[in-house]
Write a protein that binds this ligand. Structure first.
Ligand code: ADP
Length: 463
């Protein structure tokens, strides 16, 4: 069963409040009962021993127990609700208060509905020595109605306390209910809004934005993520459309050339000279390369890349690659410089490393302008090897920069250059760098040049 967040929070609040109050009342009842009873037992003990002392001193003042002394004892017994009896050593009764006043109080209690719970326990007697000048001359018996007498005030205190607990519980539940409504509204309203936005996005409208007003960090983050997701999907959608039109364009050009050539041959307008057949062949070759790139890419995307790693002197490898590129640069009047830290060792896949560097250097060569210059640097920093390829070429427009690692993405600038590229070189390079646990990024200014930075861990334990 699914319960709404609102109901869940409200229920949790009420259960917590009730639980807290019930627990507090049980603990307080228990500890108050115990302490109160202990206190009253002590007090009662003091009262009875005080009574014994009082009787002793009264008796020592008037051994004949005149009528005034007897009246005083009687008054005391009635007032304190006690039975008092004095005996001498021969066991003959010197004085007794009688129990009629105790019976009377019992009856009064019952008539008043025992509200005071006074003296309602078992009747008990305690005996104390009657002494004179340190000698035992008889006994004092003090009778009273037992335990309940002790707890009567405790009982009324506890019942008042429990009443307060019930009142507090009602107030706390009302307050808790109000607070929980407030909190649950604060939490669930923005969530409901976000869900609505997500549902609209699901129908394909990616232009909606989740705009909520919340002070809850996690909910704000969720809203931001939804917006980010929509933006990513919008970009993907844009890339997908662009990819389709790019592919159509790339395939259309060679096919149109082939078609016109073929028509001209068929109509006898053109003779199939080796020259013309070479153009024919080149166009076929261009289309084949494109299809090959597509196949390569799908291979990369389908399987996780299997690397054939070995310990390499990557400084030497990079210098070797640069040497191969040097004549190509010189032919066009460009310069290719390098600053490579010597003898850096790494545990990488040699062929894949070559493929990455070939892609990047070929790009820098393709997108240079007259007086073009490229500089390659390599250095070791902690566990990483940092490689940079800097050129002063045509650069990449700011709007294209975030997408250049996407499949088949080519900036309009590069398209005009007619390099024959297909826009997957960087996608493959990025996949290869990441397969080595590294990262690649590009910084560029249109018209000024581009810098590619690769940070790849050397992956060599012994280094
Ligand atoms: P391509 O085959 O088109 O070179 P890549 O995937 O290698 O494909 O590059 C994608 C796009 O990135 C290029 O079409 C180009 O727009 C841009 N690019 C890559 N490297 C450079 C560079 N050094 N200078 C300018 N633009 C570049």
């Amino acid at each position: 069963m699914k319960i709404s967040l609102k109901r869940k929070i409200t229920l949790a609040f009420i259960i917590t409040i009730l639980g807290a109050i019930v627990l507090t009342s049980i603990v307080s009842n228990f500890s108050i009962n115990r302490n109160f009873n202990n206190y009253l037992v002590e007090e009662h003990k003091e009262k009875i021993t005080g009574t014994a002392e009082f009787i002793n001193s009264l008796y020592n003042k008037d051994r004949d127990l005149k009528i005034t002394t007897q009246e005083e004892l009687q008054r005391y017994a009635v007032l304190q609700d006690l039975y008092i009896q004095l005996k001498d050593n021969n066991n003959s009764v010197l004085y007794t208060s009688g129990t009629s006043h105790l019976q009377h109080n019992r009856m009064m209690d019952r008539m008043m509905g025992s509200k005071m719970h006074r003296n309602s326990g078992e009747y008990q007697e305690e005996e104390y020595p009657l002494t004179s000048e340190g000698k035992n001359i008889g006994s004092i018996t003090i009778g009273f109605f037992g335990d309940s007498y002790l707890s009567s005030s405790a009982l009324s205190f506890i019942s008042t306390l429990n009443r307060s607990f019930i009142i507090s519980a009602v107030i706390a539940i009302a307050f808790g209910f109000f607070v929980s409504l407030l909190i649950s509204n604060q939490l669930s309203n923005p969530l409901i809004k976000i869900t609505k936005t997500a549902n609209i996005m699901r129908t394909g409208n990616l232009n909606v934005k989740s705009e909520i007003n919340t002070s809850t960090k996690e909910i704000q983050e969720l809203s931001n993520s939804i917006n980010f997701l929509a933006e990513t999907l919008r970009n993907q959608e844009m890339l997908r459309k662009r990819l389709t039109s790019d592919m159509a364009h790339e395939l259309r050009t060679p096919l149109t050339t082939l078609k016109t050539h073929a028509e001209a041959f068929m109509d006898g307008v053109w003779k199939p000279t080796p020259e013309r057949l070479r153009v024919f062949y080149e166009e076929i070759e261009r289309s084949r390369k494109m299809v090959d790139s597509l196949r390569d890419l799908s291979k990369f995307e389908q399987s996780s890349l299997a690397l054939n790693k070995s310990t390499l002197n990557v400084s030497k490898e990079l210098k070797g690659i640069i040497e191969i590129f040097n004549p190509l640069f010189n032919k066009k009047g460009y310069k290719l410089d390098y600053d490579i830290q010597s003898d850096i060792q790494a545990f990488w896949d040699k062929d894949k490393f070559k493929q990455i560097m070939n892609n990047l250097l070929a790009n820098s060569l393709n997108y240079l302008k007259p007086e073009g210059k490229v500089e390659v640097t390599m250095k070791k920093e902690n566990k990483n090897i940092i490689i940079q390829i800097m050129d002063n070429g045509i650069g990449i427009p700011e709007k294209d920069l975030p997408y250049i690692f996407e499949r088949f993405y080519r900036s309009d600038l590069s398209r005009n250059k007619n390099t024959g590229g297909s826009g997957i070189g960087l996608t493959i390079s990025k996949a290869l760098v990441e397969a080595h646990g590294g990262s690649i990024k590009a910084e560029s200014t249109e018209g000024r040049g581009t810098v590619f930075t690769l940070i790849i861990p050397h992956n060599e334990k012994s280094l």
